[in-house]
Design a protein around this ligand. Sequence first.
Ligand code: PLP
Length: 376
Amino acid sequence: MKTKSKQTFCVHEGQKPDEYRGINTPVYTSTSYGYLDTEERLYPRYFNIPNQKVLIDKLSKLENAESGLIFSSGMAAISTTLLSLLNKDDHIIFQKGLYGGTIHFFKEDFNRFGIQYTMLTSNSTDSITNAIRDNTRVIYIETPSNPLLSIVDLDEISRICRSANILSVIDNTFASPINQNPIDHGIDIILHSGTKYLGGHSDISAGAVLSRQDLIRRIQETSMNLGGSLNALMCHLLERSLKTLAIRVAKQNENAQRIAAFLSTASNVVKVYYPGLAGHEGHEIAKRQMTGFGGMLSFEIKRPELYDFQKRLELIKPAMSLGGVESTICAPSFTSHRHLTKEQKASDGINDNLLRLSVGIEDAEDIIFDLENAMK
Ligand code: PLP
C-alpha cells in the first residue's frame, strides 16, 4: 500500500482476505488446526491464530514494531512480559507514578519469585542512574502516567538503558499508538491495555506487547506457558474497534484540551493535570515526543465533596476504566489506586480530592456544561 497515514493503517492494515470476497476479515473460530504437511502449529494459546495475527500486524504497523502478541487483558500483557524478561535475583526499576494494578503486581508477587525492584521516588535522570545496579535488567516507564499524567523523556530513558545494556519497557496505554510511538525514540518494548483506547467502547478486555522479533520470541515462550491469549471473537471485535482508533483519539485530544483549559479557570478546581497545558511540568517534553496530548486529564476539586460532585453529573459517567467513546470519571484513590498504602498515595500525589476524567467523543461544550453544572 502506497499510503503512510495512521488513519489508513487503522482501517486496512493486517486485514486477511475472505474467499467469498467479503470486505471484512473472516472470524476463524477454530481452536483446533490441521498439522499434517505444514511446519506451522496454530493454536490460540500459541498466540498465532489468524485473528490474533491481524491485530499484531495492525498494531505493529501503528507502533513501528516488528511483531507482537495479543493478550486477554493489559495486566496479562504486563505480567507475562515482565516474568519473561526477569529471572530470580534480577533487578528492575519502576518509575515514580504508575497504574495501581502494575504496582500491586510487583509488590505482591515479585518477592515470591526472588525478583528485586526499586520504585523511584523521583523520575530525574540522577535518580534513575543512581538506582541502576549490576543486576538491573529492565527500566519500566509509563508516560503519560495514570493518574497524574507525569511525562518521562523517552529519548533520555532509551539513552540510559542503551549505555547500561538494560531493556526499556513502556506502558503506552494513555497515549495510544496515535499520539506516541516509543520505538521511534529507542524504547525496546511497548505494552498496551487494549481495554482502553484500542477497544474504545468499554466492551473489550485485551492487552498487547509490541517489539523486535527476537524479544517477542522470548516473551512468547513464557506467554504460551502462562496462557493469557485472546480468543478469535474478541480479536474480531478489537479489529473492528481499531478501524476508528485514529478518529476517536483525534476527537478525544481536541476535547481534552478544551476541557483542561476550562478546568484551569474554574474557581472550584485546585489543580489540573494535563500535558497539553503550558503550565504542566512535562509540557515541553510531551510536545517533543507526542503528536497529541491525549484524552486523559486529572484535577483536584475544593468543593463540592467528591461523592456529591460525581452524583450531580448527568452526562459524564462515574465509572472505572477509561478510553471509551463516552466520558467517564473516577477518583483514583478509591478505585485504580485503592491498594496503595496511605503513605504511598501521599508520596505519589494521589490525593483524596483527585478526579481522573477520561474524555469521550461527545461535544466538548456538553461535557463542560455538565462539569460546570455539577460544580455549582
Ligand atoms: N495500564 C494502564 C495505564 C491502565 O490504566 C490499566 C488499567 O486501568 C492497565 C494497564 C491494565 O489493563 P487491564 O485492566 O486491561 O488489565
